[in-house]
Design a binder for this molecule. Sequence first.
Ligand code: ADE
Length: 418
Amino acid sequence: MKYDIANINLADKGKLRIEWAAREMPVLDVIKEEFKREQPLAGVKLAACLHVTTETANLVHTLKEGGAKVVLCASNPLSTQDDVAASIVRDFEIPVFAIKGEDNQTYYRHIYNALEIMPDITMDDGADLVSTIHKEMNDLASKMIGGTEETTTGVIRLKSMENQGALKFPVLAVNDAMTKHLFDNRYGTGQSTIDGILRATNILLSGKKFVVCGYGWCGRGVAMRAKGMGAHVIVTEVDPVKALEALMDGFEVMPIAEASQVGDIFVTLTGDINVIRKEHFKIMKDSAIIANSGHFNVEIDIPGLESLSAKKRKIREFIDEYTLEDGRKIHLLAEGRLINLAAAEGHPSSVMDMSFANQALSAKYMKENQGKLEKKVYVIPKEVDERIANIKLRSMGVAIDELTDEQREYLASWELGT
Ligand code: ADE
């Protein structure tokens, strides 16, 4: 079996950590047992480009148990957990192409390695497989069943491909499932972003001015958790509705040009480029800390920061200290890459449980609907969302009510009034 990982001898440690994560993934476990019995992915070649974590290990194992031939590569050069990669190769016999800290050239080589199986289905986190296939592998694109996409950024890319008539096969936007973005993006990113910042810096959040750029589901989660830790949270937005929501959620809202003058810590979660730029670095307080929790490392203008700096040194494992011409220091975390996955372990297993249940069921849905879907971006059916939420609730020992016949009738009627 061909693979490329840091060190196969790390597999024992990875195996235990994968088991630990599985304890918090009851929904995926139900699906794994079902997949074992029903083999919905029999004969399917599936290439996955995901963060190589303990949770992903449990997902790729589930896909393999469902009959798929699976290969995995990293969806970010800094997020790979090398011990997990080793265990996936040794214990699940799934080829992995991922090494933590790999350079860009290796990152793309690993994507090509994964595509060598000529997949029927791709599973992306950021659309790198789909975009590589569309740019360079036309023959493969025309034969594929379809793809699934994990993240907001990837879905935005895919929708723009669809709008421009460039999409060559159907894709399921896993991100748009309720049981994905309401939990993973909000509570997952909320907790793990704070976790990453704390592991990288060990600073006290209480009393700090904490600037959250972007108030989508991820930004909402981070703002909520930073507030809970005693930080004074400032939100920056370009969308007036989201800005109003942030204001009414109790946060201060202002443009980034103003926030730059007062913030102690900045986190970008917008999905767009150059949110924090040269003109902002120039007015920041001495010792400001900047991190990104959006998918790509484009939200902070790092070349701009480099150009303003007289000196740069690594002061801690995940902190680059830039000294500007006037002596002020700016601290960039994890080279502007996803702080939650670079400096911490990504979202906790309990939320990835639902995200990856959606991924597994999306792959099954793709196969079941082979040839029936158009070249569009689809959302997984509501029934799948409800099933996942029901299993999760049950696993947490929580029961809910059912509508009575009378209530159902009332909701369906329009004649009944006051
Ligand atoms: N994205 C965010 N957190 C993750 C995790 N723990 N595993 C895989 N992908 C993730």
